[in-house]
Ligand binder design. Sequence first.
Ligand code: FPP
Length: 247
Amino acid sequence: MDLKSQIDLEKLPRHIAIIMDGNGRWAKTHGQPRVFGHKNGVKAVRETTEAAAELGVEYLTLYAFSTENWNRPKLEVNALMALLVETIRKEIKTLNKNSIRLKAIGDISKLPPKSYKALLEGIEDTKDNTRMTLVLALNYSAQWEIVEATRRIAEQVKENKLNPEDIDQTIFANALSTMGMPDPELLIRTSGETRISNFLLWQIAYAELYFTETFWPDFRKLHLYEAILDYQRRERRFGKTSEQLVK
Ligand code: FPP
């Protein structure tokens, strides 16, 4: 039986998050500059998005550029930003054809104006699509997001719109950029690294973590199916005992 048909569609994660890693090393193994790896990473983005939508995943969040990525060589940062503009412009038609809504999390107003504009256009042009939401984490870091949420909540308290005693997990979750989205049940990181790297720290409280040696540019539908099957083989207990789950 092929991998896809082994997936239990009743137990599909509603939200999958991916740390796309290994573009640079992939390029090196091909004797090419790092940017070549990023360009080929776009193919993996396309395949993964298609596979997730076909299965019926509701949210796919991709870590495309972290707050820390600004520290990379200027040439690489510029190339990544240009690739972002190019990819969004090129893919909008396909996103619409497949009813995929584009969304972004992160401090996107700090992106170069061209990238920011392309992103806002992409979000606007796909806003009515309902099949799946593709979330790009751009200039994103979870610690930034948590500080921002805290600031927002503090302002509401200052304006007497909120009592400190009323602050709970729901209020906090609603102050995050992922407001209204289910938390990811499955977090995938490619390229053999086993770190979280400041990604969705609040939201992955109960996520299953899946690490693969595959470099991101080599990631294809089959790799996503493998990750989902691995996730489905695990027992998710949310702090309960196995016996309590049997009911
Ligand atoms: C990590 O590999 C990858 C990135 C920081 C960028 C991801 C970007 C893309 C896949 C292309 C653009 C995406 C979209 C959504 C348009 P790395 O460079 O850290 O690899 P290394 O660890 O081998 O150096």
